[in-house]
Design a protein around this ligand. Structure first.
Ligand SMILES: [Zn+2]
Length: 328
């Protein structure tokens, strides 16, 4: 109840601010939609608002809906404590420049960005218009091998240790709720980048809060939140039965230096890095960020290459989750 009341107040406030600002500078403030209740369209600044560069090629729009909504954190570039709208626009431009010039992509990788101050911006061109339509999907570049099926949202900041600022959280919740409603995406299909790749993105703190996000979105849309275990992300320093299981599996693949003692040590890290190299994913991590993960994390893209056919994928995920429940 408390959350509902807070949200209603915030929407009234935001509506008032928007109405005033539209009168003053019509082009500068996107109007939040008046339709609907809990899934109304939040104010999203389009590429035109923040003066994005034109994409190097026309963006691809698929004739199908996406399956997942994926949360990232930016880490770099241009991560600052500034919570102004101007800073949100600066961050959007810095990310686009980095993705186009640094990574060689046609445009910003993610479809949307949420700033620390709670400003939402469109990332890849046309993303807002296409989500609004609810039937098609703008192909982004933010989750390797899954870009045909994910809508990615970059959260400005580094959430490995720090908690998410409240304005960002609220904006993220508004946007995810809206996208989930437009595409009828079940709350349990709201994921973190690490649910697809061996990366720490979106950071342990934000990742641990995704259950809360799924619940919030489920409550707002009146939908139940299903349980969907994922592959654990294991890395140096971790301990537990899931680590021991990984070590047995690495040894079975020929990594005889790895001892099955349940501690993710440097020998385990090296064996995992070898596995990633073999599969061409060693340098992948979160390419949307200028920050590189340390290599040798065992995550969602590597587990399927390691496990045996003794169990199905779902059974393996359940098994590992039961061995060592990890909320990060
Ligand atoms: Zn990411």
């Amino acid at each position: 109840m408390g959350t509902g009341a807070r949200r209603t107040r915030r929407w009234v406030l935001r509506g008032g601010v928007t109405a005033t600002a539209v009168g003053a500078t019509a082009l500068q403030v996107p109007a939040a939609s008046a339709a609907g209740t809990n899934a109304r369209e939040p104010a999203v600044y389009t590429t035109e608002h923040w003066k994005a560069r034109e994409p190097a090629e026309p963006v691809t729009v698929h004739d199908h809906q996406p399956t997942y909504i994926v949360v990232h954190h930016t880490v770099e570039p241009n991560n600052s404590a500034d919570t102004s709208r101007g800073s949100a626009f600066d961050v959007s431009r810095a990310i686009q420049n980095f993705h186009m010039d640094g990574r060689g992509w046609i445009d910003t990788g993610q479809q949307f960005t949420a700033s620390k101050g709670g400003y939402l911006t469109e990332g890849r061109h046309r993303s807002l218009e296409v989500v609004r339509g609810g039937r098609r999907h703008v192909h982004g570049t933010n989750v390797a091998e899954h870009n045909h099926e994910v809508v990615g949202i970059e959260c400005e900041g580094d959430y490995r240790d720090e908690d998410v600022p409240e304005p960002l959280w609220d904006a993220l919740s508004d946007l995810v709720t809206y996208i989930a409603d437009r595409y009828d995406i079940a709350p349990e299909l709201i994921k973190g980048h690490r649910d697809f790749s061996s990366t720490q993105c979106p950071g342990d703190v934000l990742y641990a809060r995704l259950d809360e996000l799924r619940q919030e979105v489920g409550d707002r849309l009146g939908k139940p939140v299903g349980n969907r275990p994922e592959w654990p992300l294991l890395r140096q320093g971790d301990q537990g039965e899931d680590v021991r299981t990984a070590q047995h599996l690495l040894r079975a693949r020929g990594a005889r230096d790895v001892q099955p003692h349940g501690i993710f040590d440097s020998a385990t890290r090296d064996a995992v890095a070898d596995l990633a190299r073999e599969h061409g994913t060693l340098d992948r991590s979160c390419c949307g960020s200028a920050h590189a993960d340390e290599p040798g994390m065992l995550g969602a893209d590597l587990w399927p290459r390691l496990v045996t056919g003794r169990r199905s994928t779902v059974e393996w995920k359940d098994h590992l989750t039961r061995l060592a429940p990890r909320s990060r």
